[in-house]
Design a protein around this ligand. Structure first.
Ligand SMILES: Cc1cc2nc3c(=O)[nH]c(=O)nc-3n(C[C@H](O)[C@H](O)[C@H](O)COP(=O)(O)O)c2cc1C
Length: 377
């Protein structure tokens, strides 16, 4: 029998969902994590950011904030949110309340950038990663391999970041294991050439850091949460580098992740319909194979969602839909979808919209840079 038909009862975007943790979202729409590039120099929140998220939260089941670094050496870019110090809690709490005031659950994405940063962003400190292999990009610096002690410290930092998210009043955290940052760097045979228990060419060893982080995060939830608090995990499907993560490795990881208590797995992609590069997995879109692998863990799909039809297409293979750029340009998009005001949704290419968006300079330049990168790669 066709797996799609067997597993997939058609989900309507307006259906509520209660996760394993007990957190309930009122519908299946999430704001995809997008950095605003508007935090202060130390990563504390600006009023502009709180307004930005609050303005977009109405009509959504949940808002996932842009990536927040769990420690100072984990900062990826200037203007990024930080959750690395207790001094951030008052600002983070205003953000959580702003999002929740619109009826959406507030989730913060926590991460460590690893080698995907610059010493200039780290105030002169050398960048760090699993091994001393530079990323394949023009301006990449060579990282310093983390010691085992430092790895243990970063694991603990993820736990501490989770405690801060709980104390700030968030409903959950999403672990950013995608988009080539540190969690992915440990799993990748390109960035991880270690010969110890965190590497050594085996999938088990390369995923050790990931599962230690997950354990630390759940330990913090157990210790500090006084109400349901969810934990999601974001992954990328495959890498272009050789050696690199292949789609079969990702499916292996997804199966292992689905054996934990994670509330959801979020597949990062620029196109929800994307098909794997691996010739063995070309019959269906990536999302379909991942949906098969997640078992009963809800899956979040993302990438290029702009219309009702897109939402329906994604929900053929997932339980939830994340929306990024459409919400960036069309803050009331979810409300329009809910009310049937599809005709008023913002259309036009994101590249053109960026030029007339009126975004702050950092966000404008960040977004414009993404199109340049895409064109070049
Ligand atoms: C301005 C901008 C910032 C982003 N920042 C993050 C981020 O902090 N964390 C992350 O996981 N993905 C980030 N992304 C990727 C989005 O979450 C999303 O996966 C991607 O844009 C594809 O979805 P879309 O076509 O709906 O925009 C960002 C994307 C944009 C456009």
């Amino acid at each position: 029998m066709d797996f799609r038909k067997a597993k997939y009862h058609m989900t309507d975007f307006s259906d509520a969902l209660t996760f394993r943790s007990g957190v309930t979202v009122r519908n299946r729409l999430m704001m995809s994590p997008m950095t605003t590039v508007q935090s202060f120099w130390d990563g504390s929140l600006t009023r502009d950011e709180i307004d930005y998220y609050t303005e977009r939260a109405e009509g959504l089941g949940a808002v996932i904030t842009g990536a927040a670094n769990v420690s100072d050496l984990g900062k990826g870019w200037n203007g990024e949110l930080s959750i690395a110090h207790d001094s951030m809690i008052p600002g983070l709490s205003k953000l959580a309340r702003g999002i929740q005031s619109q009826g959406a659950k507030a989730i913060t994405q926590i991460f460590h950038a690893g080698r995907m940063t610059h010493s200039e962003v780290l105030r002169g400190h050398q960048i760090v990663s699993a091994s001393d292999v530079a990323a394949l990009r023009d301006d990449a610096e060579t990282p310093r391999p983390l010691t085992v002690e430092e790895i243990h410290q970063i694991v603990a930092d993820f736990g501490e970041a989770t405690r801060r998210a709980i104390q700030a009043g968030f409903d959950g955290v999403e672990l950013h294991g995608a988009n080539t940052y540190l969690l992915q760097q440990f799993f990748s045979p390109h960035s991880n050439r270690r010969t110890d228990e965190y590497g050594n060419q085996s999938l088990e060893n390369r995923s050790r850091f990931i599962f230690e982080v997950i354990d630390a995060v759940f330990a913090a939830v157990k210790k500090y949460a006084t109400r349901p608090f969810l934990v999601g995990y974001r992954i990328s499907p495959e890498e272009f580098e050789t050696p690199g993560i292949r789609f079969a490795d990702t499916l292996w990881l997804v199966r292992k992740l689905s054996e934990t208590n994670l509330d959801y797995i979020h597949l990062s992609s620029n196109n929800y319909d994307r098909v794997a590069r691996d010739p063995e997995y070309k019959e269906y879109p990536i999302l379909h194979y991942v949906h098969e692998a997640v078992g009963s863990t809800p899956l979040v799909g993302v990438g290029g969602v702009r219309t009702r039809k897109d939402v329906e297409k994604v929900l053929e293979d997932t339980e939830l839909v994340a929306v990024g750029q459409q919400l960036l340009y069309d803050p009331r998009w979810a409300v329009k979808l809910e009310k049937g005001l599809d005709d008023t949704m913002v259309t036009g290419s994101f590249k053109d919209l960026t030029e007339v968006s009126g975004f702050s300079h950092p966000l404008h330049d960040f977004q414009a840079g993404r199109f340049t990168d895409t064109v070049l790669s």
